[in-house]
Design a protein around this ligand. Sequence first.
Ligand code: 1HN
Length: 352
Amino acid sequence: MSPADETAGNAAERQAFYDRIDKSNMTALWTVLDGLVTPEPRSACRPVGWRFDAIREAMVEAGGLITAREAERRVLVLENPGLRGQSKVTTSLYAGVQLVLPGEVAPAHRHSQTALRLVLEGKGAHTAVDGERVMMSPGDFIITPSMTWHDHGNESDEPIYWLDGLDIPLVQFLDASFAERLGEEEQPVTRPQGDSLARYGGNLLPVDYQPAAASPTSPVFWYPYERSRETLERLSRTQDWDPCHGLRMRFVNPATGGHAMPTIGSFLQLLPKGFETQRYRCTDATVFTCLEGRGRSRIGDETIEWGPRDIFVAPSWAWTSHEAGAESVLFSFSDRPVQEKLGLWREDRGNA
Ligand code: 1HN
């Protein structure tokens, strides 16, 4: 027997030791090491999908139970079945669907958590970010940087539904949450509609703008779907499809070329009718929503069917492939910028 195989102490002795040190808030590393440092990601997050029709049905009921004002935000949280009770859609991110009925206001507040909105249904409501009003149309992508005042209002005659994505679990993990209410329903409007897009999103920047001194979040708050869709349409003519992604673009901070938000990466992809992506996996668990088309995705051991406004999740390191039954557009978001900055992000393109 080699010295390494020698057994020092029997099982009963060891257990007595563990019990003794437990009283002093100590644990033997060798009893927990396998679960701490795994050979590859081992996530409690599970592949899951929500059909929008089911979400809408529940939201209509919620609309009759509570006003946006009373709820502060009338949202149904999408909870990952492997992470119930934690308000998490993935280990690091939060997602919910918000309803604002005609005539309602969701009052102004701000917090350290960064938020994104992706408009699912309805048109003509607005959100205000840092003194600028943004009108919302289906597919529009809107961001609320950390600690910026924001409120929502619906002056149209139809309900509006959007997907909220926030970095709540990340901020919670770091114990870095601050929040406050303005005390007014709506913040004062100090800049004209479309100002941030005109000022920062037109291939021009104010001459003395210094991205390094600015907030780490994009100065553009509103990424209208019309523009993003036009980009996908034009690039689709070049036919240079990625085997794993079709045509996949990311939303950027135009002043730096970096992700639009420091903690949440956001993406838009086009899959032609009949396209089947090769299997792919990456360490950033990803929340997808379908904006156009229909199809199905194989994620781990699950097959998830999707159509317009449906939402689904691919956990970290789960093999994922998509099959488009019609020309399809998918929006997605993940914690990829965080992992990239920390040198942790990895992908596996199968054999593609
Ligand atoms: C929030 O501020 C909004 O502003 C939506 O619409 C969802 C979930 C948790 C914390 C803050 C919003 C939120 C949220």
